[in-house]
Design a protein around this ligand. Structure first.
Ligand code: DC
Length: 231
């Protein structure tokens, strides 16, 4: 066991982990939160929740008025149940439903809508009030928490990211590795070229390219940075 595994920062931190799909943000952020005994918040899940709700209500991603009315009645929250974190939409458990490929694309589409971004900005800010949280997303360090205590931006080559995502999805989907890569490229373009809160590293974020790094090596690097800044 390395020293970093029993390390606790000198003050409560708000940590952000941004990056494109498949860069390893989720695994890294979950383990990081576990090691620090912090809360983990998957903000992509919130966009996916809005996407499912809007789809069921027949509201298109560019329908501002429709989405505004929908968001007013929408209650999204995470609930810890044993070792699982559930996402509840107006009380319904939608945790597994949000992972379908169609919902990934729809989430990317609704996430470009200003009404949705404003609704989730407020919700995320509330979730961050108590600090001691690891927020994973696309604009955590740039827009939602520009004053975060420490910011990371995780990236990897498109080949590596698509291969990782295919491994995760292959039991639940009939998508081929090529389909997964095509979807991922489309989402990358959507997420990084939209006008509002596009995917990009904050100027003061620490960049980590995980193409040739194991999960444990990424965690070690992150813990090392936290230790240097807050040891
Ligand atoms: O991380 P994910 O793949 O679950 O995210 C789904 C979509 O949500 C992603 O394509 C872009 C959007 N998203 C966003 O715009 N901002 C965030 N902070 C998180 C996700």
């Amino acid at each position: 066991m390395s020293d970093n595994q029993s390390f606790f920062p000198s003050q409560p931190l708000l940590i952000t982990v941004d990056g494109p799909a498949g860069a390893g943000k989720t695994s890294v952020s979950k383990i990081l939160a576990q090691r620090l005994s912090y809360t983990y918040v998957d903000t992509g899940a919130l966009y996916r929740g809005v996407a499912i709700g809007a789809k069921r209500a027949g509201i298109q991603a560019d329908d501002d008025a429709g989405l505004a009315g929908f968001c007013k009645k929408l209650h999204l929250c995470f609930e810890q149940k044993a070792d699982k974190t559930l996402l509840l939409m107006n009380g319904e458990d939608i945790t597994s439903k949000i992972r379908e490929p169609e919902i990934s694309m729809l989430a990317s589409a609704v996430s470009a809508n200003p009404v949705v971004r404003k609704f989730l900005l407020n919700l995320q800010k509330k979730m961050g009030e108590k600090k001691e949280t690891v927020f994973e997303g696309r604009d955590m360090g740039t827009v939602v928490f520009p004053d975060a205590d420490i910011k990371f931006f995780l990236d990897a080559s498109i080949e590596t990211r698509a291969a990782r995502r295919y491994e995760e999805l292959k039991e639940q989907t009939c998508q081929s590795p090529a389909d997964v890569k095509t979807d991922m490229k489309r989402r990358d373009t959507n997420d990084s070229t939209r006008d509002l809160a596009p995917l990009k590293p904050a100027d003061d974020s620490i960049l980590i390219n995980s193409t040739h790094l194991s999960l444990e090596a990424v965690i070690e690097k992150i813990m090392e940075c936290i230790k240097t800044a807050f040891g």
